[in-house]
Design a protein. Structure first.
Length: 353
């Protein structure tokens, strides 16, 4: 009898583990075959990440259904059942999150593969990212609530708090006003298409690319690799520059301050030659004009175009450098000069007799 009390729990636990390993292997095999047959979608390959949570759910379910018959820790049967129930709820939520992640990633990958409009791809990426985080948060909250409700004292507490839920909701809303405003601002950004992941923006006189958008904050990666984290409500309550709205193409300016004798016509010709040698120039425009004058210099401006902000910065620097080098080598007289000749002395007037 004592041997049976030992062998039965070991057999049940071992059988559950073996069945779990076999089921996990079969699931992975089926998903691999489906992934090989349906190469147009990455869904089946992404679902392979669900193997581990699936095995945990299956093993816990088998043990939960047979632990009493198997006599696993008979003196603590209630505690064993409670523990297996909690593990089952947590692993089921884990499996649901993995499945939701696979579906969202697959949807985005298929859309990005067939859509040539980069702005639309960034918009969908922003939306699916926020939707995925909302779904994950809901699943985690539901799982936590289900785990708490397995304890009888929590059920009574929930029933007693239900009557005062309205008052508590009002108090919580007032206390969390800032958090709620950020939450709704995040949803507004996701579906209002005001700013997207990958957009080039200027906030607080700093320009960079939107790297991450959550329901509460937004991260901008600046050109010098810094990260600026801001509440998403900033982008719904204050003005900011979005250089990617309506297309990423941009026009930039390059200024020189030269002598009045600078060869403007030759500079125009040289500018066109220089632009053809710079790969960042998109060919849409390149013009040069004198925009201002002072007693000592003239202000010369070149307007150049590029496909996005990064290429525009590189293009402006290259144009400025190459034309300055050309002026120094070919037309040094065009550089601004400061007169250092002393002023002529006034001639002495006629002497009085």
């Amino acid at each position: 009898m004592e041997m049976e009390n030992v062998l039965r729990p070991v057999t049940v636990i071992g059988g559950a583990l073996v069945a779990t390993l076999i089921a996990g292997w079969l699931l992975d095999l089926l998903l691999r075959r489906a992934d090989a047959r349906h190469t147009e979608t990455p869904l089946w390959g992404l679902l392979r990440r669900c193997r581990l949570p699936f095995q945990v759910v299956l093993c816990t379910s088998l043990l939960r259904a047979s632990y009493r018959w198997a006599g696993i820790l008979p003196d603590h049967a209630f505690g064993v059942g409670r523990f297996l129930t909690l593990v089952l709820i947590a692993s089921a939520a884990w499996l649901a999150v993995r499945i939701a992640t696979a579906v969202v990633d697959s949807t985005y990958a298929r859309y990005a593969a067939v859509t040539e409009d980069e702005a639309r791809v960034r918009r969908v990426r922003t939306q699916v990212t926020l939707i995925h985080r909302v779904v994950t948060a809901v699943l985690v909250v539901v799982a936590a609530a289900a785990m708490l409700l397995t304890f009888p004292p929590m059920r009574a507490l929930g029933a007693s708090l239900l009557a005062s839920a309205g008052v508590l909701g009002i108090v919580a809303g007032i206390a969390a006003q800032a958090s709620l405003s950020n939450l709704f601002a995040g949803l507004q950004i996701a579906f209002g298409d005001t700013v997207r992941i990958g957009d080039t923006v200027v906030v607080d006189e700093e320009w960079g690319r939107v790297e991450e958008i959550t329901l509460t904050f937004l991260t901008v990666r600046t050109w010098d690799e810094r990260r600026i984290t801001m509440p998403v409500s900033y982008f719904t309550s204050k003005p900011y520059e979005n250089w990617s709205r309506g297309g990423a193409q941009m026009t930039g300016t390059v200024f020189w301050y030269l002598d009045h004798g600078a060869p403007i016509d030759l500079m125009r010709e040289r500018l066109q030659h220089v632009l053809t040698e710079i790969p960042e120039w998109d060919g849409r425009g390149g013009a040069l004009a004198v925009t201002d004058t002072t007693p000592h210099t003239v202000q010369v401006r070149a307007a150049v175009t590029a496909k996005d902000a990064d290429d525009l910065w590189t293009l402006r620097c290259a144009v400025r450098e190459r034309l300055i080098t050309w002026l120094v080598a070919e037309h040094p007289y065009a550089l601004p000069r400061i007169a250092t000749t002393p002023a002529a002395e006034a001639s002495p007037g006629p002497r009085e007799p």
